[in-house]
Design a protein around this ligand. Sequence first.
Ligand SMILES: Cc1cc2nc3c(=O)[nH]c(=O)nc-3n(C[C@H](O)[C@H](O)[C@H](O)COP(=O)(O)OP(=O)(O)OC[C@H]3O[C@@H](n4cnc5c(N)ncnc54)[C@H](O)[C@@H]3O)c2cc1C
Length: 509
Amino acid sequence: MSEVVETDVLIVGDGIAGMSCALSLAEKGIKPLVIGRGKGNTYLSQGGIAAAVTEDDSPKLHALDTVKAGRLLNDPDAVSCITFDGPRAISKLLEWGVPFDRAEDFFELTVEAAHSRRRIFKVKDYTGKAVYEALHREAEKRGIPVKRGELTELYTDENQRATAALIKTEKDYLVVNFKIAVLATGGAASLYPRSSNISSNPQRVGGDAIGIALRAGAEIRDAEFVQFHPTVLAGTGFLISEAVRGEGAILINSEGKRFVDELAPRDEVSRAIYAQLIEGKRVFLDFRPLIAKGIKIEERFPQIWGILRDNGYNPYEQPIPVEPAAHYFIGGVAVDTFGRTSVENLYAVGECANTGFHGANRLASNSLLEGAVMGLRAADDIAIKLPFKKGKRFVPSTVGQITTPPEGWFENNLTRLKNLLWRGAGIVRNGRDLKETFNRLGFLLQEAEKYFPHPEGRKLFDLLLVARAIVLGALKRKESRGCHFRSDYPKEREPFRSVRYSFTLEDLV
Ligand SMILES: Cc1cc2nc3c(=O)[nH]c(=O)nc-3n(C[C@H](O)[C@H](O)[C@H](O)COP(=O)(O)OP(=O)(O)OC[C@H]3O[C@@H](n4cnc5c(N)ncnc54)[C@H](O)[C@@H]3O)c2cc1C
């Protein structure tokens, strides 16, 4: 029999989105329970967080840059809410102790990719780690419980309202009865074999919680948009930020030739590198132009320098082999501008959610911003609603006979899923391969169903739901837009400019 606990608000995920929501609730006198599987992408992020705060900038300009990068598919309400709330999020992060870099007379703001102004707040090249640590310190100070555990199930009552969650802990299971739950479980880019989400535990931010939400009645939206980062240290999944190219590093192939404008949008650079790799060439990031400018790599990019050195590379002496990798999941649980899903009492914030802020492509440094702002906005809405929520004592019925899958079953099938996605719905897609991939993932889904109540069967099933949503969205979107590229429809097509695909569980099984 599992232990049953009760809380007003359960937050699943302890990255920037979950912790901003938790701290903001605590400031309003509501103490949530936070549960997570451990450090996610927030901890790994390098570049920074965007917000329009200077005299020559404005949220409107920030919004324009965001919509330009998103190829006009962005949700206008989400874009204005998030860009206008940017300064508020920065001021909260400062209050909570994030030590953003300062110059003599102001913060040391940088500019990245298609931002038209210097508006990126950073902490050297480890902004995410600094944010993560500051928010966790603040939560500890305020006595917010942050526990280790894995969400495995969400329960709804007879009126389809979310009421309870089943959490797998190290030793047992925990049933959490809540009035409101917030998913802040991060993205799903690690569904691809080449993913810059790699950390000590690559499946920690796996996207399974999005599948769980789908089974509880939520919808997944914009799933075809998976952003690939062009420069990951080959064979490792460690990302080398575009700030390096911004400072002058160039891309060369095995013949020593340049083949792309290094500062072109991420998706263009990724496709150019991918084309070289398909031709059997290798691709390298050459730091020499940056070194010639007098930039000291170990000072300007201490984290990148450390990782390169740990992997046996010295950028002063050799070009560094790179490859593109799945980096960011634009799709997610469909939510409104307060993080409300279509299931009553269930919110989703951060990378696991889809507000429509990014449109068809994400502008660098806009995702930490979205996580922080949406955490705050969800907390605002929860504080208004919570006094009127009753909550229900819910104990899930015991599951009957559970069939255990054979050893290695989960890992083997996860590898099959990842390879199918990379080959069939990767950087360059086409209708024929997408159709075949959707069907093949369907066979895997039947395999997962055989073991469904078992945690491994359940997890594979949930991951497959997200994978199938990516493929189905890509199949339906018969055009190329932002980070979604189809070789059979290589151009943007006007009729799709106002079309966004949402799927329910029924569409995916
Ligand atoms: C290498 C790298 C560099 C990046 N650099 C930048 C950058 O410079 N600027 C920027 O804006 N963005 C950047 N990003 C993107 C950004 O880091 C993420 O979009 C953002 O941090 C997501 O925050 P989050 O709070 O939504 O999720 P995360 O920080 O990923 O946290 C997810 C949490 O959910 C938990 N979790 C997941 N599933 C479950 C489950 N089933 N049960 C329990 N817990 C679960 C995880 O353990 C974790 O605690 C980068 C991403 C990567 C990978």
